[in-house]
Design a protein around this ligand. Structure first.
Ligand code: UD1
Length: 421
């Protein structure tokens, strides 16, 4: 199994080009099911999760040509509506095919995602939205079986909890439904907004994009048509991760092809820790400080501080000169990086969903284990600043979401190698 060996303590410099956002690309790939013509996607990140979803579409019968950052997807040939356990178990986001399959084919069977390392992560809200739109949903032998023989019909979907994937599934289901669907308490994440914009390009009409109330005018069964390629937005989490790399290694790093508005909370938190920034249009350079102040973070939905940046900031906070407090509000078990960071010499104390990160003089390289995608990147960030060598095992988590991580870090001067054990 592959592992990463990182020799820490080196000052970095240079530029990183930020890839397309995995979490924007996944729903957009799923939404191509709503078309019976070829759709071209550009600026895809070259990561395992994207390949997994494209494989699922191929298994459903779609024709997929994929080459690094570009994919041509033709869903006119879909001849199955069953998303099998083998794929869904690898990646929970496979549940995103539920809405579009149901909307276009009036039935589908999607395996339940099963357990997940960062908490229970149920899909009850996805199911509730499908039912509100008129589907009959049952659970049969581990599969969500959804049927709407008379098609889906516009309705009011009220989410009692904000859910990114649930909103995306509801919007995709409503896009080809008959009539108007109002989605209340919708997620406002940029990835949800890009999905809505894409659906509008294809012939749906969605109002309220970027707000918590979306109004979807369905096409009444007419498949969507995309005449222009769709360019995936920059990955705000990858961008935030490289800003954290700059902050912890006290290195000036320039990020290119970023959307500054989408990374505002990461910029503000790093500013509060003492870092400066030089910002130009879609470029940002972090100008870090020798001594970082402590930081207080509460994760919330967009535009609040993203849960997907919590672990990386915790890594940076380990070497701040003051105590930091980090509260995780979205997922109940998203602190598995704490014990691994402590193995590197951090002093983090955990109570419920709050972590107190106490200052330590240095981190020292050790063997650690990646536990989920963002937790793994926290270990990389800590390892880059630690004295000596760190071995990070189970890096398949990193490969799910970070495009060419070793290459990008090596270009900045980091000593990172992938090895096999
Ligand atoms: C997406 C992101 C993930 C990010 C998360 C929160 C993708 C592919 N993944 O995940 O990186 O960490 O948003 O920003 O875009 N919930 C329910 N019932 C449901 C659905 C969700 O109770 O049916 C709960 C979840 O357990 C969680 C909260 O709602 O506590 C938010 O989850 P959600 O926004 O749905 O996350 P994902 O879409 O899975």
């Amino acid at each position: 199994m592959d592992y990463l060996e990182i020799e820490g303590g080196h000052k970095l410099s240079g530029e990183v080009i930020i890839s397309g956002a995995k979490n924007a690309a996944l729903p957009i790939i799923a939404a191509t099911i709503l078309s019976d013509k070829e759709v071209i996607l550009k600026n895809l990140p070259n990561v395992v999760d994207i390949r997994t979803l494209l494989k699922l579409l191929t298994m459903l019968g779609a024709k997929v040509e994929h080459n690094d950052t570009e994919a041509k997807i033709d869903c006119s040939t879909i001849n199955s509506t069953r998303a099998v356990y083998e794929i869904v178990a690898q990646m929970r986001a496979s549940i995103l095919v539920l809405g579009p399959l149901l909307s276009r084919f009036k039935h589908c069977e999607v395996s339940l995602p099963g357990g997940c390392a960062i908490g229970q992560r149920p899909i009850d809200l996805h199911i509730k939205a499908a039912e509100a739109l008129g589907a009959e949903v049952t659970l049969e032998q581990g599969y969500v079986v959804a049927k709407a023989p008379n098609g889906l019909h516009g309705t009011k979907v009220i989410f009692d909890k904000i859910t990114v994937g649930g909103t995306e599934n509801a919007v995709m289901a409503a896009a080809m439904a008959e009539g108007i669907t109002e989605i209340v308490n919708a997620a406002k994440e940029p990835e949800v907004a890009q999905l809505c914009e894409m659906l509008n390009m294809g012939g749906a009409k969605i109002e309220g994009i970027g707000t918590d109330r979306l109004v979807v005018h369905g096409t009444n069964g007419k498949p969507l048509e995309f005449n222009e390629p769709i360019e995936i937005i920059p990955d705000r989490i990858e961008a935030g991760t490289y800003l954290c790399v700059g902050a912890i290694t006290n290195s000036k790093i320039t990020l290119k092809k970023v959307n500054i508005e989408h990374i505002q909370t990461s910029i503000e938190k790093l500013e509060s820790m003492g870092c400066d920034f030089d910002i130009k249009k879609d470029e940002i350079m972090i100008i870090p400080k020798d001594e970082l102040r402590g930081v207080n973070i509460i994760t919330t939905e967009y535009p609040g501080f993203p849960t997907d940046m919590q672990a990386q900031f915790m890594a940076v906070a380990t070497l701040a000169k003051e105590e930091s407090l980090i509260e995780e509000r979205l997922f109940e078990n998203r602190f598995m990086h704490v014990s691994e960071l402590n193995r590197l010499g951090a002093d983090i104390w955990l109570k419920g969903n709050v972590a107190a990160v106490r200052p330590v003089k240095e981190l020292i390289g050790a063997e650690v284990m990646a536990t989920d995608l963002r937790a793994s990147s926290a270990l990389v960030i800590a390892a880059l600043a630690a004295k000596g060598t760190t071995k990070i095992r189970r890096i398949y988590h990193l490969d799910r979401g970070y495009d060419r991580l070793e290459e990008k870090l090596s270009n900045l001067g980091a000593k990172v190698v992938r090895k096999k054990s």
